[in-house]
Every structure is written in structure tokens, then in C-alpha cells.
Design a protein around this ligand. Structure first.
Ligand code: NAP
Length: 253
């Protein structure tokens, strides 16, 4: 069991990719702190883990609120007795032309995806430094942190920002034993993207942009996240691991 006895904290753990990270980490022996804006969903994830014999606790968390983030890290440390891994999966996205994007919507997406990743990573890293120990952070970037798609200006900007802060924190914290990496998934079937799949034309477009001819399931992304978080991969830091079925390698002629 790759995470036996380790404490794994997951933001956005009530749904989608974050939820699958919680499940996969627990199956590998981790004790899990599930944080989500929707506390009931966080508790549901935790309860499902406990029902399988694992250890997990659900917490209300708003990653845009520094006080909430600090309280989450503190509560996780108190409850689990240690800190090892943080996965920043909380995220939202808009679909609207840049010409119509309001300042409010822009700010909301940046606040959750980028500021939220910064706040949670900072609070977690501060505790690791105070404890004099290392740890691992894995961020959720996106293919849209590497390239762009129309109608997603705030999301694209936020995910490019996540790529940047991943590299910055990896550089600054590497000699303290803190590794910081990110995954950049292609389209993953989760509640965030579910409405694409209700439309056969959109579903086909999604198949076509990935070299493998399909979209991802959230558990596949969770596996990649845990790979980056594993202790034995100690020489990997600042990496942006594409988990994108070949989306970003080129265009099909
Ligand atoms: P999801 O199923 O919607 O899960 C995101 C979770 O984050 C939800 O439970 C959501 O809670 C929570 N959340 C939203 N705002 C929050 C806040 N302020 N504080 C704490 N939690 C908050 O989405 P997903 O597809 O799993 O996405 C997870 C991450 O992967 C995101 O960062 C996303 O950008 C990234 N990603 C997804 C895809 C994809 O195709 N799905 C591709 C690339 C990258 P509520 O439901 O209550 O809002």
C-alpha cells in the first residue's frame, strides 16, 4: 500500500476527480481529509471510504477564503495526526465569450482555481515548514493551462496561473523536501463536464480532440495524481504531467 498511514488532504473532494483521488488514496492505505464547498458531499465521500473500511473525514471548505483554508489544514492535522499530501482539485469554469465575460465571473473563476490553489498550498506548506518535514502537493492544471480554447478566458488564465505557481513553489520549496507538481488533464467525464455528454455532436468533438479517441474517466486522472504524490517519485518536482489522451501533442491532419 503506497500511502499506508499517510495523511492526504483533498480540496474539491466531494465530486469528480477529487472524489476519485480520495477513494484511490484510501485504497492505498491513506487517511483522508475531504474538503469541499458542499460539506454534505465531502461527508458523503468520507462515508463511502469508511464503509469500505478506510479512514476519512469530511470538512466544509471554501478555498477562496484564507480563514477557511487554514481551518481545514488545522482540522486535518488534528484529526489525522500528520500531514503528507495535498491535492488541489477544487475548481470551476465559465463558458462564455471573452466579449461578454463579466468582471464578477472572471474574478470568481480566478478566485477558486488560482487563488484557491495558492491559499491551500501556502497554508499546507507553512505547516510542513513549521513541522520541519517535507510533503507533496499536486495541483489540477488542465490542457487549458498549456493551450487555449475559446469561451473560457478566465479558466484558461487560471490554469496557466496554476502551471506557473506549480513551478514557482517547486523551485522555492524543493530544498525543504516539499515537491509540487500538477496534472494537466484533457476532457474528463465529471459533473463539471457532464452536460457535454448529453449532446452527441459535442461528445464526438470531444472524442476527436483526443488521440486515443475518447474522454477520460476521473479515476484515470486520480491514478496520475497519486503517482506524482508517491514518496518513491522523490525526484519529480515542478512537472506538469499531461493526462490528456494526446490532446496537446499535435493536430490530426
Ligand atoms: P467537479 O466534479 O465539479 O468537482 C469540483 C469540486 O470543487 C466540486 O465538488 C465543487 O463543489 C468544489 N468547489 C468549487 N468551488 C469550491 C470552493 N470555493 N472551495 C472548495 N471546493 C470548491 O469538477 P472536476 O471535473 O472533478 O474538476 C476537478 C479539477 O480538475 C478542477 O480544478 C478542474 O478545473 C480540473 N480539470 C477538470 C477537467 C474535466 O474535464 N473535468 C479537465 C481538466 C482539469 P460544488 O459542486 O459545491 O461547487
Amino acid at each position: 500500500m503506497r500511502f499506508q498511514g499517510q495523511a492526504v488532504l483533498v480540496t474539491g473532494g466531494g465530486s469528480g476527480i477529487g472524489q476519485q483521488v480520495c477513494y484511490a488514496a484510501a485504497r492505498e492505505g491513506a487517511r483522508v481529509a475531504v474538503g469541499d464547498l458542499d460539506q454534505a458531499q465531502a461527508e458523503k465521500t468520507a462515508a463511502a471510504i469508511r464503509a469500505e473500511g478506510g479512514e476519512a473525514h469530511g470538512f466544509a471548505l471554501d478555498v477562496t477564503d484564507a480563514g477557511s483554508v487554514t481551518a481545514f489544514v488545522q482540522a486535518a492535522e488534528t484529526t489525522l495526526g500528520r500531514l503528507d499530501v495535498l491535492v488541489n482539485s477544487a475548481g470551476i469554469r465559465e463558458i462564455v465569450s471573452v466579449l461578454d465575460l463579466s468582471l464578477e465571473e472572471w474574478s470568481r473563476v480566478l478566485a477558486v482555481n488560482l487563488t484557491g490553489t495558492f491559499l491551500a498550498s501556502q497554508a499546507f506548506a507553512r505547516r510542513l515548514v513549521a513541522l520541519g518535514q517535507g510533503g507533496r502537493i499536486v495541483n489540477l492544471a488542465s490542457t487549458l493551462g498549456i493551450s487555449a480554447s475559446p469561451n473560457r478566458a478566465a479558466y484558461v488564465a487560471s490554469k496557466h496561473g496554476v502551471v506557473g505557481i506549480t513551478k514557482e513553489m517547486a523551485l522555492e520549496l524543493g530544498d525543504r523536501g516539499i515537491r509540487v507538481n500538477a496534472v494537466a488533464p484533457g476532457v474528463v467525464r465529471t459533473p463539471m463536464t457532464e452536460r457535454y455528454f448529453q449532446d452527441p455532436v459535442q461528445s464526438q468533438v470531444i472524442r476527436d480532440i483526443h488521440a486515443v479517441g475518447r474522454w477520460a474517466e476521473p479515476a484515470e486522472v486520480a491514478h496520475a495524481i497519486l503517482f506524482l504524490a508517491e514518496e518513491r517519485n522523490g525526484f519529480i518536482t515542478g512537472a506538469i504531467l499531461t493526462v490528456d489522451g494526446g490532446w496537446t501533442i499535435g493536430k490530426k491532419m
